[in-house]
Ligand binder design. Structure first.
Ligand code: BES
Ligand code: MN
Ligand code: MN
Length: 453
């Protein structure tokens, strides 16, 4: 298999570059045709690699690419999940090369989606080709590649609920996360959940002259800032009543185990140009961004932001706020607690509206399962060291649904790095990482099938 991989390396990379040229931005309707074209591209590649019954499953939104290779119904079935949609590329001016004209610089592929998730998803398509061409596929495989992950996977949820028979399998395999470093492989064992809300604060019924009215009426921007500031106390604890009620605290042993993962605080600060880190008192940086819940403003606007100065008290102010959740918080519970609290702290001088957006539940995946052990062995063979289990701070809401609806655990074999700048300008993915994925995935199948015998 390794010979086949090295002989076809350039083609594998070039095919990925072809896919990266299609701007499949799911959030922006302007790219609708491109998103659909990407689905067709992925379907064609899965078909060429040797899958049967490849189809685009229509949904109320973008199609789900489905394909399967059933070699023996008595063998286990691996369900591969990934996404072909990408985040918007703006701000365009901060990219050193255009986001949809991929280039390879210093061994890294630069393009929107290079890592999240086109590059990582495509490793699975190529790993499947490698196994097919070498008569080495040891079990059944089903692909389920969606086009709406970056906008909340609303239609995939419905698809999963309505297609339980079609999606029958034994384990979900996903590469849409990261690892610690190229010489410190890790397997993601947890994802945070998400509650996302938008708030609108209204003061006077029209914009006002800030001299004639200033000081006498509530300025909704001032009020919104005060309200947001009050959501954290001096220890950076979140002040929403009941917010931590269901948070699972880790034992001292578990925290000590976590602290063994290599982490260099000075390097971390330097990479982000930070004078210091910031977060909840009593927890380390690694804990703050994985096992603890958070509340962050993602955007805030209102009033005059154009050239020069305009003296005005705006009628309205807005913010988008995300809360990352950990077991056993639930998105509905937290959204409701936020809403109730936010409305309660609004002074009588303003009106507040809270609009919930998409959400998702947190997950922790087992490390004592056959699938995890198979993945661990696979990494150990290709990297030469045993991978470390690490809980991630990111979210893939569908993973919790795979568990609740299909009863399946996921194995999160991510090959990206935190420095790959996903969702940011200059997103990239190492050719090394792409190829390591293609080498490691077939070994997962091999060990998984053997261990299931
Ligand atoms: N692939 C990411 C999530 C991720 C990245 C998890 C790195 C762990 C490590 C995914 O595409 C993503 O961006 N998820 C969103 C949530 C979604 C509902 C928009 C997120 O985490 O913000
Ligand atoms: Mn992703
Ligand atoms: Mn993403």
């Amino acid at each position: 298999m390794n010979q086949y991989i090295s002989e076809n390396k350039d083609r594998f990379v070039n095919e990925l570059l072809d896919m990266l040229r299609i701007p499949s931005v799911s959030a922006d309707p302007k790219f609708k045709q491109d998103v659909i074209r990407t689905a067709e591209f992925v379907a064609e590649k899965i078909r060429e690699a040797g899958a049967d019954h490849v189809e685009l499953c229509e949904t109320a939104g973008y199609p789900i690419v489905y394909g399967e290779k059933i070699i023996d119904p008595n063998l286990p079935t691996v369900l591969v999940y990934g996404h072909y949609d990408v985040q918007p590329a703006d701000p365009y001016e901060l990219w050193t090369s255009p986001p949809f004209e991929p280039v390879i610089k210093d061994g890294k592929i630069y393009a929107r989606g290079a890592c999240d998730d086109k590059g990582q998803m495509y490793m699975h398509v190529k790993a499947f080709e490698v196994m097919m061409k070498n008569n080495a596929l040891p079990c059944n495989v089903k692909f389920m590649i969606e086009g709406e992950e970056e906008v909340g996977s609303a239609n995939l949820g419905t698809f999963v609920k309505n297609n339980k028979e079609k999606l029958k399998g034994d384990v979900i395999l996903i590469s849409d996360t990261g690892m610690l470093a190229n010489d410190v492989p890790s397997i993601t064992t947890g994802l945070r959940g998400l509650s996302y809300v938008e708030v609108e604060v209204t003061g006077p019924n029209r914009d006002l002259h800030s001299g004639l009215y200033g000081g006498a009426v509530a300025n909704p921007i001032n009020i919104l800032c005060q309200m947001i500031a009050s959501l954290h106390d001096e220890n950076n604890h979140i002040t929403i009543p009941g917010f931590y009620d269901n948070v699972q605290e880790l034992s001292q042993e578990e925290r000590a185990e976590m602290a063994r993962a290599p982490f260099d605080l000075e390097k971390y600060k330097k990479a982000l140009d930070l004078g210091d880190v910031h977060g909840e008192a009593g927890y380390s940086t690694m804990e703050r961004n994985s096992i603890r819940p958070t509340l962050d403003v993602n955007g805030i606007w209102g009033g005059y932001t154009g050239e020069g100065a305009k003296t005005v008290i705006a009628s309205k102010a807005y913010a988008k706020i995300s809360m990352r959740l950990v077991p056993n918080q639930t998105a509905d519970e937290i959204t409701e607690k936020f809403q109730k609290h936010f409305e309660s702290i609004a002074p009588a001088s303003v009106k507040v509206v809270v609009k919930p957006h998409h959400g998702g539940e947190p997950v922790v995946t087992p490390t004592d399962s056959v699938a995890y052990q198979a993945a661990s062995k696979a990494y150990e063979e290709t990297f030469g060291v045993k991978p470390i289990p690490v809980r991630s701070g990111g979210s893939i809401p569908i993973v919790a649904m795979f568990k609740s609806e299909l009863g399946l655990d996921s194995v999160l074999m991510g090959f990206g790095l935190d420095s790959d700048a996903i969702h940011s300008p200059n997103e990239h993915f190492g050719v090394f990482n792409f190829m390591k994925g293609i080498e490691t995935i077939p070994l997962f199948y091999k060990h998984y099938a053997e261990m299931n015998k």
